[in-house]
Design a protein around this ligand. Structure first.
Ligand code: ITT
Ligand code: NA
Length: 184
């Protein structure tokens, strides 16, 4: 089975591929820009995008909308994470965190899968924002996110290690589990 992953982000595709390959599901990247509405939740953004794409993509596809939610910043950048990454960047986030006593943060991912109907799968990982960037793996905010229980940032992990515990890995796991049941 082949499923399109509609995304501009090759890092996301690499993570999904490694996850689905053992299941015999081939994931390929479809670079098709879709509207990302301004909304309060990742779910709303993902759902709107998937419904818009459902009129334009043949066959099953999914997309992933993710965000980094920082306690000290009251959940910012959250649904604005992509925009903030492109504008303020990692350095901007570290500046906003200067002097923060609480460096707690979490990532969330919402996967919207369309097969004629909409299915949502979510994942979350808790951790903290490091004092400085570390590591060169992964993408996005990975160099400054250290998951709970680890001394390394996501950018210091292999894709497999990150997948086992990450927001996207957990959402992909829920998606893959559901897919196995429903392909029978
Ligand atoms: P899409 O085309 O799939 O939307 P994107 O990179 O814009 O790709 P999102 O809007 O879901 O993806 O991501 C919001 C931001 O959060 C973006 O800047 C990502 O780099 C960052 N991000 C998402 N998942 C991440 C992860 O696993 N590790 C680090 N940063 C992540
Ligand atoms: Na995006």
């Amino acid at each position: 089975m082949r499923i399109a992953f509609v995304t501009s982000n090759p890092g996301k595709v690499e993570e999904a591929r490694k996850y689905f390959k053992p299941l015999g599901v081939e994931v390929y990247q479809l670079r098709l820009p879709y509207p990302e509405i301004q909304a309060d939740t990742l779910e709303e953004v993902a759902e709107y995008g998937a419904k818009w794409l459902s009129e334009r993509v043949d066959g099953p596809f999914f997309l992933d909308d993710s965000g980094l939610f920082i306690d000290h910043l009251k959940g910012f950048p959250g649904v604005y994470s992509a925009y903030v990454y492109k504008t303020l960047g990692i350095d901007g986030i570290l500046k906003l965190m200067e002097g923060a006593g609480n460096r707690g943060a979490h990532f969330r991912s919402v996967i919207a899968y369309w097969d004629g109907e909409l299915h949502l799968f979510t994942g979350r990982v808790d951790g903290e924002i490091t004092l400085e960037p570390r590591g060169s793996g992964g993408f996005g905010f990975d160099p400054v996110f250290k998951p709970v229980g680890f001394n390394r940032t996501f950018a210091e992990m292999t894709t497999e290690e990150k997948n086992r515990i990450s927001h996207r890995g957990l959402a992909l796991k829920a998606f893959a589990t559901w897919l196995k049941e429903n392909l029978k």
